[in-house]
Design a protein. Structure first.
Length: 366
């Protein structure tokens, strides 16, 4: 009879462990099932200890197998179950796995019994440690996936904000200019061109999302001049660009300089509609690409429009390249200056540069 009971106890424990491994949906009920298996095992042990059941061949092997399965259950419940229900279930299963020796061994003293059970308890601790480590890996993987998704969403939001919003604001500016003065047909053509650029930007962004490939919008500083000319054509503010034709920058730095210009010009449209002049200077100052922008039309009253996160996101990108972004109020206007290290130049040392981003006062940010 004891052998049959031991067989049943082992089979039940093994069935629960196998189900938890093979059927993820069962893991929500794993703590309850572990409690049931542990209770059955403790009852079998209690029958041997209290009832004085005679020893039969095979009971020891079955008990050892049952203890091993209970240790597996401890690891599984620690890994998969919620902590509040996992800890009690693991403790009960651990006790059941540790005291099985009392079925086949009669200690000479309580101290000896505690020692024997403690020895088997080391296996329980090992199983719990393995389960906790695997749980930690699962949590870290989930966090990594969540962080990757968040980074992708933020990148998409920055691209939409920096480029699509700029093209849309250009469309609005051309439409307004065409309705007040000028050639309406020419204004419509410019609106169409800006809309095509916005659609192209959306297509490139969607392609990046589908294929998970890095995307560089510009590879040199030539696009900066084109963007300045388009902004001037949309009016009313004119961009006065000062850029040495000999200035070169790596593709990543050129792309960031272009993004800085687009963000600055978009902010002029949104927050300084009365501006008539935007001075932009791009130059190489000893291994550092400096992008400086100043406009003369910042209104002291912002109105009902709230600032966005454009400059904050831009500051993070500049800081990631080891650069510095400074925005401050100037007489009758606003100034933005970015300093980006040129990767090919040894004159800019990341150790000596300041990676911080400073804001002199509350800048209107798009």
């Amino acid at each position: 009879m004891p052998v049959i009971v031991a067989v049943v106890s082992v089979v039940v424990a093994a069935a629960v462990a196998a189900t938890a491994l093979l059927r993820p949906g069962f893991r929500a009920r794993l703590p309850v099932a572990t409690w049931a298996v542990a209770a059955l095992s403790l009852a079998v042990t209690l029958v041997h200890v209290v009832g004085g059941a005679p020893f039969q061949p095979g009971v020891d092997v079955l008990g050892m197998a049952e203890s091993a399965v209970l240790m597996v259950l401890v690891g599984l419940v620690i890994r998969y179950a919620p902590p509040r229900s996992a800890v009690p279930a693991a403790l009960v299963a651990g006790v059941a796995a540790a005291v099985w020796m009392l079925r086949v061994f009669t200690p000479a003293s309580p101290l000896e019994g505690v020692g024997v059970c403690a020895f088997w308890g080391l296996g329980v601790l090992l199983a719990a440690g393995v389960g906790a480590y695997l749980r930690f890996l699962d949590v870290r993987q989930d966090r990594a996936v969540a962080d990757a998704r968040t980074a992708l969403r933020l990148r998409l939001a920055r691209d939409l904000h920096d480029f699509v919003a700029h093209d849309i604001s250009e469309m609005v500016a051309h439409a307004q200019a065409g309705s007040v003065a000028g050639d309406p047909r020419q204004a419509l053509e410019r609106v169409e061109a800006a809309g095509q650029r916005a659609m192209s930007m959306l297509d490139r962004t969607l392609d990046m999302l589908h294929h998970e490939q890095p995307r560089t919008l510009v590879s040199d500083l030539g696009s900066v001049r084109e963007a300045a000319e388009r902004f001037s054509a949309a009016g009313p503010a004119r961009v006065h660009l000062s850029m040495d034709t000999a200035v070169t920058a790596p593709a990543e730095t050129a792309a960031l300089a272009y993004r800085i210009l687009i963000e600055g010009l978009t902010n002029v449209r949104r927050h300084a509609p009365q501006a008539s002049r935007v001075d932009v200077g791009i130059r190489d100052t000893g291994g550092v690409l400096e992008v400086a922008m100043t406009n003369n039309g910042v209104s002291r009253a912002r109105g009902s429009r709230r600032g966005g996160s454009g400059l904050a996101g831009l500051a993070a990108l500049v800081q990631a390249q080891g650069g510095e972004l400074v925005t401050r109020a100037v007489p009758d206007g606003w100034s933005l200056t970015a300093r980006l290290p040129l990767a090919q130049s040894p004159e800019w040392s990341p150790e000596s540069s300041s990676p911080t981003t400073r804001k002199a006062s509350a800048a209107p940010s798009g």
